[in-house]
Design a protein around this ligand. Sequence first.
Ligand code: WTA
Length: 644
Amino acid sequence: MKKKGIKYVIKKGNEFYPSDEMKKIANITDAKIYEKANKDPVKFWGDLAKKGLTWEKDWNETYTEKLPYFQWFKGGKLNFSVNCVDRHLANPNKTALIWIPEPKDEKPIKISYGELYDKINKFANVLKSYGIKKGDIVSIYLPMIPEALISMLACTRIGAIHSVVFSAFSAEALKARIEDGKAKILITSDGYYRRGKPENLFKKAKQAAKKTTIQKIIVAKRTGTKTRGRNVLDFNEEIEKASSYCKPEIMNSEDTMFLLYTSGTTGKPKGIIHDTGGYAAQAYWTSKWNFDLHPEDTMWCTADIGWVTGHTYGMYGPLLVGATSLIYEGGPNFPNPGRWWKIIQDHKVNVFYTAPTAIRMFMKAPQKWITKYDLSSLKVLGSVGEPIDKESWMWYFRTVGGSRCPIIDTWWQTETGGTLINTIPGIGPFVPTVSGKSFPGTRHSIVDDEGRPTPKGKPGFLVQKSPFAPGMLHGVFNNHKKYVDTYWKKFKTMYDTSDGAYLQNGLIRITGRTDDVMKVAGHRLATAEVENAIHDNKKVDDVAVVPMPDEIRGQVPMAFVVLKKGKPSKKLEQELRKYVDIKIGPTARPKRIFFVSDIPKTRSGKIMRRILKALLINEKPKGLMTLVNPESVDEVKRIINSNS
Ligand code: WTA
């Protein structure tokens, strides 16, 4: 029989608040924490970092700032893998990771903290034996399999910098990231299962590594696909040969721990730099307070490790807290829409964290696939990646959470390292579509073009104020100018998030990006990146890409192409769409490509995306006077209409 589960929230008007049951168990329940933290954020974070992490040496200065750079816990020393694993070894049999393979006839695998410790130490020794040392960059191109976690943690054990690349990205996208970081080792797998089929990952990895700095490719076996080649090593064979203890490299708090490439407004993704101590402090405390994660909990964050959410809450946050993390290899609704919900039931997941795009997809599925499972283990539900609309919020709340669980709408970015704006489960209120307050000890403001706070409730730019959160980026890899231009040029002393927001009863509501970044099924992509990819094709003379609203994916890229040669045809449209797969990956593939003879532009040659966006949703475009080629608008309109 289905169990009802504990009621963690109560309703008051249109808002939800933590119930007494929630308050009894929550890691934090006192709303005064915001005020207390704000009095002296630096001291506040200093106390938290001391309490939450294991340090080898205390720091001399909690926070120093010389904008646009700032440092946390300077002089402090620690090792990240010790914080994630070694310090939990009092109970070595406790499960650290549950891995669910996609094929249903394969059994889930549980890895204890003791086993994880063993594997990390050995794999760290493998990396060392191939010359990897502190500060070297290691490229990781892995699907959702345990080796991903082992590889990442092994890097942190020896102070190597990991740079994880999303496994659905193309060989060319991987190559560009390898080249930027000059990685010597690439860790990948032969493949993975997706929607019942083995996907070949090795082929892409090998192609990407050609003529780069990569000296060795270490391959985890998953699908049994052949992986031959010079300098190709087998992950497990290497681990078996390695000795079982690797002394952790003691790192400075502000030493770089990882790079993660993300899209901005230009065509080239930038390597976001994250440090060790500050990142760890924010990952630990946000997991504990925002998700109310306890060591006895199982957390499932559905994000791929190729994205920051997968890094911080799919792996590191749960381990820092000493909890259990669950990861799943495959398609969310494979072989049927019940897959995710059965996993929650079977593994008694307590904290579930996903994206609005998935919520919208399941909302449209036959509901019996969700309601037939016992989801009473759930305690906290999280949402991330894009604004969540009211209907999806309510569906998530009722159908998944059984009207029992708080929904934490977490706003953050690759750059912020961890969640920063949301409601805390033990404090509330939980209001549909509203993210909430800045995490204690962090400060955000909503400002106008000049950096002045907007009048109450008026929309503006979301900025972060000093002292900047400990998990914040430490620059853009090899590109100081891009770091300054992207985050500090507009508001000088305030970090520019590139998001719009407004206040609703003192709580922050995010309205979305104010730049040319799209969120496609939760994945971050720049319009310019997709434009560059298409532009590389010899047949293309000019191209514009804009996002169009989509019921499930949130946004989808749409392209307008002026041809250099060849005639517009369905076949050519398919050819160019596939071309984007090769350049970036299927995530970036435009939904449609319209062939036009001219693209609406300003006198200075800037694409007028606003006009294209309006035309796509059948709205009357404004500001045609600024165009150098107003006649192009009628043609674009005609072509969209005749193709829809
Ligand atoms: C958007 C993902 C509204 C936002 C962690 C941000 C959100 C971008 C939310 C970062 C939210 C993230 N509500 N919008 N709760 N969370 N965003 O780097 O536009 O992949 O700037 O990091 O996602 O995307 P990224």
